[in-house]
Design a protein around this ligand. Sequence first.
Ligand SMILES: [Zn+2]
Length: 213
Amino acid sequence: MKIILIGPPGAGKGTQAEKLATHWKTPRITTGDLFRQAVQNKTPMGLQVQGFLEKGALVPDDVVLGLMQERMSGPDCKSGFILDGFPRTVGQAIGLETWLKKTEMVLDAVVVIDVPEEEAVRRITGRRQCGACGSTYHLQFQPPRQDGICDKCKSLLVQRKDDEEKTVRHRLKVYAGETLPLIDFYKQRHLLRQVDGVQKPAEVFQTICSLIK
Ligand SMILES: [Zn+2]
């Protein structure tokens, strides 16, 4: 199975990507992991990536594509892959399409996990993390036994800056701006499958499986 997963922050995309990767025994590929590995291994492309990340700049499409192509050429990707967070832009999608054609690979589906903005905000702003041991909680779904205190080490729970409402709304706006054109792109190619991400994770997983068989 060759799948692209798309979803806003808070849609549970990472969870589904993990489940699908385990289910089909295919690698889950994220740009974040690829960047980290390339930087760690000090490959020529890794050094370029490091330069952009250090400047706080976006890694340009051709570099992202280069890394992706290298990864998707790996022997473990012969039976398929799950792309999580890539492509992010139509430019990247066109690059990916060109490369897939050249290597005679065919995408099976592009799955979009939809979650309304207010639900995404509720999910993300409820996250809390222990400042000491890093354990994670959720005010609504997985609250600590004692308000604001870590069950494991009794330290104070904090909200990550990324999870504050203002930041979340900004991330959602950026997502919408980048992704709507991408969704149209794959709709025109009849690859798009839309899934309601408000269901329980197990139900989302079942729905995805039923849509791409
Ligand atoms: Zn703790």
